[in-house]
Design a binder for this molecule. Structure first.
Ligand SMILES: Nc1ncnc2c1ncn2[C@@H]1O[C@H](COP(=O)(O)OP(=O)(O)OP(=O)(O)O)[C@@H](O)[C@H]1O
Ligand SMILES: [Mg+2]
Length: 305
């Protein structure tokens, strides 16, 4: 890694009728690229989990051309949006599957979102080379070449994604509409403090062993994540699979005590190490260690060949 830069944006749009998020974000990107002295104009970006539709579907074994036609047909069944408004993409996940069958990773993204991304990069003077779903980037940075079955739980700000990876391939990706900010907002409301103070309170709080005494909103968020994790594991294991490890990522996973919160699930849990496969200037180590987990997706995108 040559350099990196992180910027958090939280636009205050109140009273700004002409606020244009694309122009604004392009400006932020431009500054970030300049400040981090990035030497390339090329960009690989991830698509927000909550608007991407991801599905791994079973298909009869077929060639590329045939698949192209069949996918249009299948997509009508799987994609909950009008097909003329989405951009579809798919990859056959070739593995030693059952005779005559194959698994296909199908993604659908609202075309308007893609257009907005492209517009934004153009304004920022950047050249997009690929847009990718977060799950694939997470597999690159957190799983590497491991061939066992792993569940990646990415606890972000407003979303938490559960990504089941088997033999290096994505099997299921599910997005939960709760994350670290849901917890912060809950603390802020229940203790009647500013969100800044609530955020600090959250970072200082150790949830280990105290979960029963926690404000209900924190418990609700964490219980949802645990419940959905167990559901996914159950479905996978009922068809003969076995989850070897749960890898927690996203900055929200730094919640002190989160690993032990999963103790009673019987699952082996650990924090992800997204910097494990990356070489970098040792002088950056301390800083990177701090932001590492929140860069899991970005690092995976950068690792694309
Ligand atoms: N030390 C910490 N302890 C607990 N939570 C933290 C810590 N540092 C950051 N967070 C939380 O992590 C969340 C942000 O995580 P991350 O940067 O992975 O999100 P994001 O990818 O930007 O958001 P999203 O995935 O929802 O789009 C915030 O809710 C923040 O409060
Ligand atoms: Mg995220």
């Amino acid at each position: 890694m040559e350099t990196y830069g992180v910027v958090k944006v939280n636009y205050d749009v109140s009273g700004k009728a002409d606020f244009d998020v694309i122009t604004e974000t392009a400006g932020v990107l431009k500054k970030l690229v300049a400040q981090s002295r990035t030497s390339t104009k090329k960009v690989v970006a991830s698509l927000p989990n909550n608007i991407v539709f991801v599905s791994v579907i079973d298909m009869p074994k077929m060639g590329e051309k045939e698949l192209k036609n069949a996918i249009q047909w299948e997509a009508q069944r799987y994609v909950p949006l009008p097909l003329e408004e989405v951009t579809l993409s798919w990859t056959a996940l070739s593995e030693e599957e059952q005779e005559g069958k194959m698994k296909v990773l199908l993604t659908a993204v609202p075309s308007a979102v893609i257009e907005n991304y492209l517009k934004m990069f153009k304004l920022a003077g950047l050249e997009p080379v690929a847009l990718e779903i977060e799950a694939l980037a997470l597999i690159r940075s957190l799983v590497g070449n491991r061939k066992d079955s792993i569940l990646i739980v990415d606890l972000g700000a407003r979303n938490t994604s559960l990504n089941l990876v088997d033999k290096g391939f994505l099997r299921v990706s599910r997005n939960l509409g709760v994350g670290g900010d849901t917890i912060t907002n809950g603390i802020s409301r229940s203790l009647k403090v500013s969100s800044g103070r609530a955020e600090q309170f959250k970072k200082d709080l150790s949830i280990a062993g105290e979960i029963k005494e926690l404000p209900q909103v924190i418990r609700e968020v964490l219980d949802t994540i645990k419940y959905e994790t167990l559901q996914l594991v159950k479905i996978f294991e009922s068809s003969g699979g076995r989850i070897q490890e749960v890898i927690l990522a996203g900055a929200g996973a730094q919640l002190p005590g989160l690993i032990s919160f999963f103790d009673d699930t019987g699952l082996k849990c650990k924090l992800g190490e997204p910097l494990k496969f990356v070489s970098y200037d040792p002088r950056l180590k301390a800083n990177l260690q701090e932001v590492g987990l929140s860069l899991s997706v970005a690092l995976g995108l950068a690792m694309r060949e």
